[in-house]
Design a protein around this ligand. Structure first.
Ligand code: TRP
Length: 334
């Protein structure tokens, strides 16, 4: 699908990925990247410092996310895999973009507006807790994207606007110099990605404390699976499968055949909640077995991962440098 394209994926270092992250974000990102002509994949640690000021926590989260992607199949020989902070060219680029970015673009950015709304709802001053990193983060994100002449940025809905801002900034610069200095990126909205419910039925999310872990041991996964909400309907009562939370999660992790078996059993009143939880547990344990082993290995041998990230940065920097030089030549009339 993207065989002739340059695709770029940025991930926030959010810590140990859970099943919902894996199904909705990690797995699709790796799949898209593997089909692209060029794939850049980076850990957005400069974005992370806007919110996280504890270096130990930050380092841990970056390690976990790096190991998580590698464990789930990211191939660092194909994808240029780096930490944003190891590619300083992106920051120089950002500074130039500032001069061409209307301040109004930042005022209307969703992430910033959401923060202001939260402050207002809590009757705090609009700018409470908002630092310049958060306010200007669409410019840094534009730089992430434009530095690599990216064709396509796969995103969830919440990031569409940020890619549009990147495109608009590039458009302003190109229009000013009347030639294509920066390549205009497009977003690719990953549609029909199932939102995986958590054990309480809300979207699976660390902030709801309802996740099924991906890299934990069997006992921990079991505990999460057996805490999935059920109701008091009897085993024999025929059930619409989609009204059963365990089934909704099963659909995301099991094969079509397995899903059909569970659906039939529920409709015919032949499977109870104990049965289907055991089926779900087995499917999840199967799914995570191999990535979990790899994850534990990489976490215990982070020096190897560090080497891969350094390697990635060494590949990324000359590309970013080339784009930066092109921009500087235009801006400074060299
Ligand atoms: N802002 C993105 C997020 O919150 C992460 C990100 C940073 C990103 N820079 C990017 C994503 C560049 C795509 C391209 O998830």
């Amino acid at each position: 699908m993207f065989e002739d394209k340059t695709v770029l994926t940025g991930v926030k270092p959010t810590g140990t990925p859970h099943l919902g992250n894996y199904m909705a974000v990690i797995s699709p990102a790796i799949k898209i990247g593997s089909t692209a002509k060029n794939h850049y994949m980076f850990i957005a640690d400069y974005h992370a410092i806007n919110a996280e000021k504890d270096p130990a926590v930050l380092r841990q989260k970056c390690q976990e996310i790096a190991c998580g992607y590698l464990a789930c199949g990211l191939n660092p020989d194909h994808s240029v895999f780096y930490r944003q902070s190891d590619v300083p060219e992106i920051l120089e680029f950002t500074t130039i973009l500032y001069a061409y970015t209307p301040k109004g673009f930042m005022n209307k950015a969703h992430a910033y507006k959401a923060f202001v709304d939260k402050n207002r709802a809590a009757q705090k001053p609009d700018d409470d807790g908002i630092n310049m990193g958060l306010y200007t983060y669409p410019v840094l994100m534009a730089s992430d994207i434009l530095s690599f002449d990216t064709d396509v940025v796969p995103v969830g809905k919440d990031q569409v606007q940020h890619v549009e801002i990147a495109r608009d900034i590039a458009g302003i610069i190109n229009a000013h110099y009347n030639r294509e200095i920066l390549h205009l990126p497009e977003y690719y909205l990953k549609e029909n990605i199932a939102i995986i419910p958590g054990v309480d039925g809300r979207k699976m999310s660390k902030s709801y404390d309802n996740v099924i872990p991906l890299f934990a041991d069997d006992a921990t996964i079991k505990k999460a699976v057996y805490s999935i909400k059920t109701d008091s309907r009897s085993l024999e009562e025929p059930k619409d499968p989609d009204s059963v939370l365990v089934y909704q999660i099963y659909k995301a992790v099991a094969s079509d055949e397995q899903v059909k078996e569970m659906a039939d059993g529920l409709q015919q009143g032949k499977l109870g909640y104990g049965h289907i939880k055991a089926m779900l547990l087995e499917a999840i344990v199967n799914l995570v077995k191999e990535p979990r082993e790899k994850y534990n290995y990489y976490m215990a041998h982070f020096d190897e991962v560090e080497g891969m990230l350094q390697n990635g940065a060494a590949k990324a920097r000359p590309i970013a440098r080339r784009t930066l030089d092109r921009l500087k030549d235009a801006v400074f009339g060299r």
